[in-house]
Design a protein around this ligand. Structure first.
Ligand SMILES: [Zn+2]
Length: 102
């Protein structure tokens, strides 16, 4: 048992064999920041936010790429076509990065 308490429930925290900090009450891992303060809640929120944001971004990008594709089909101005193509390329690059991180 550690002399730290869980920031979410206030129960004592335990250190696992793999040196991870664990709250048996919340049944969750707790990340300890440099200053020694447990930040389970922050970490959890950050993780949840990250996952959600990433999948949302993927959805938005897919939608945008579809819009751009439709726009490209009817666009005749060369500089606009160029901009659309650059944007599509960037969008695909980001989508691939999201896929790789999942
Ligand atoms: Zn807890």
């Amino acid at each position: 048992m550690l002399d730290l308490t869980c920031p979410a429930c206030g129960n004592p925290l335990f250190k696992l064999k793999n040196s991870e900090i664990y709250c048996p009450s919340c049944e969750k891992k707790v990340i300890i920041e440099k200053q020694g303060q447990p930040t389970e809640k922050k970490q959890k929120l950050a993780q949840a936010g990250k996952d959600k944001n990433v999948s949302d971004l993927g959805l938005v990008l897919n939608q945008k790429l579809n819009d751009l594709k439709n726009r490209l089909a009817t666009e005749t101005d060369l500089s606009t076509i160029y901009k659309i193509l650059k944007t599509i390329k960037l969008g695909i690059t980001i989508l691939n990065e999201i896929k790789q991180n999942q």
